[in-house]
Design a protein around this ligand. Structure first.
Ligand code: FAD
Length: 380
């Protein structure tokens, strides 16, 4: 495929490490594990041993001490084989990014090293049944009781809620709306904290999506992240970073679809020649490649801005919007290039299409990205 941007040796090394892992460790199981909805936590541990579960986190806490510019290459390579594992790594990374930015020294030292090493898995639990896009309307409560907060409610859609041991969970400590929300660290096994139903989804089956039930869960007050009322701000700032990782994941699944389409267009013959020689097919492939490269540049820009310490919220939303819409289009076109075969499970194109769809929804739907971008442009 094309290379829209010259990568530094470190970028290239991280990308090559992730590519080798994805091809050797993920690829052999991926179709069966997708069919069985099987997630293998031991693969996260192996990724940790390679330093790929804590790429953007400081070395003080066991991370690789690199930036999002390197991180996006690793996520793209994982997603080119399976979106579910890219999302797992991204969510485990998100917990670390929140703790590193907003946690106390004690919280950082207690939770980040095992997440960065892939020895434990992290989860980010904001959404509820009544509050998805309108996350500020969440209803799970956290009431102070001496040295603890007592949490009650039901969270929905928590990625890897069944395998995570560290949860960054948002609950209401005060007034209605965003300003009454706080962020807490919850640990697996806290009394009253359990998984409810597992969602049956269209795709991304290796990534489990869980309901979480909280019944009088007593969380030590020292597990509050930041101050009371900071929770929504923390969640939104985390999502700015998370959107770059979802956009990188979209690059991976789109590239895989493009590769399948190119290979098929060279091999499949109709009317006595390879279908890639028909302009109707070759132009589709050319457009797929241009869209992929354009998305990649937007993702690299957002990552570079973040790494340089500049504001990047609008650019992250642009990258997420464009890259995930691109992935949906490219994966759909790949199915078209494969014709009837594209609609069967004999080829991975239909899986890529199902995996791409969720990327337009998570970490803020693409309508919400437009709200973020427009708001930034139209503010006084
Ligand atoms: C597989 C999967 C994994 C997920 N993982 C997590 C996770 O780990 N943690 C977590 O907290 N959440 C997670 N989510 C939840 C996800 O973030 C929400 O699904 C998403 O934010 C949308 O919320 P909703 O589903 O309630 O849709 P709604 O908010 O009900 O939206 C429905 C439709 O209305 C549109 N809409 C809503 N508001 C507006 C508006 N103001 N302007 C224009 N259009 C609007 C939306 O774009 C969408 O098309 C996950 C979801 C899925 C599917």
């Amino acid at each position: 495929m094309t290379t829209p941007f010259v990568e530094s040796p470190v970028h290239a090394e991280i990308r090559a490490l992730a590519r080798k892992f994805a091809r050797q460790e993920l690829a052999p199981h991926v179709e069966q594990d997708e069919a069985d909805a099987r997630f293998r936590p031991e693969l996260i541990q192996k990724l940790g041993e390679l330093g790929l579960t804590g790429v953007p986190v400081g070395e003080t806490y066991g991370g690789a001490g690199l930036g999002y510019s390197e991180y996006i290459g690793a996520l793209e390579e994982l997603a080119a084989v399976n979106t579910g594992y890219a999302i797992s790594v991204a969510v485990t990374g998100l917990s670390q990014v929140i703790l590193e930015k907003y946690g106390t020294e004690e919280q950082k030292q207690r939770y980040i090293p095992s997440l960065a090493a892939g020895q434990s898995i992290g989860a980010f639990s904001l959404s509820e049944a009544g509050s998805g896009s309108d996350a500020g309307a969440l209803r799970t409560t956290a009431v102070r009781d001496g040295g603890h907060y007592v949490l009650n409610g039901t969270k929905l859609w928590t990625t890897q809620g069944d395998s995570a041991s560290t949860f960054l969970l948002m609950a209401r400590t005060g007034e209605a709306g965003p300003r009454g929300i706080s962020t807490f660290i919850l640990e697996k096994g806290m009394p009253g904290f359990r998984c409810g139903k597992q969602e049956k989804k269209m795709g991304c089956h290796t990534s489990h999506t869980m309901e979480l039930i909280l019944e009088n869960v007593r969380v030590p007050a020292q597990n509050l992240v930041g101050r009371e009322g900071d929770g929504f701000k923390i969640a939104m700032s985390a999502l700015d970073s998370g959107r770059i990782t979802i956009a990188a994941t979209a690059l991976g699944v789109a590239r895989a679809a493009l590769e399948v389409a190119v290979s098929h267009a060279k091999q499949r013959e109709q009317f006595g020649k390879p279908i890639g020689e028909f302009q109707g097919v070759s132009f589709m492939i050319a457009d797929m490649a241009v869209q992929y490269d354009a998305a990649k540049l937007l993702v690299q820009r957002a990552a570079a801005l973040r790494d340089a310490g500049h504001a990047f919220s609008q650019e992250a939303a642009m990258a997420k919007l464009f890259a995930t819409d691109m992935a949906m289009k490219v994966t759909t076109d790949a199915v078209q290039v494969l014709g009837g075969s594209g609609y069967t499970q004999d080829f991975p194109a239909e899986r890529y299409m199902r995996e791409a769809k969720v990327l337009q929804i998570v970490e803020g739907t693409n309508q919400v990205q437009r709200v973020v971008i427009a708001r930034a442009l139209l503010k006084d």
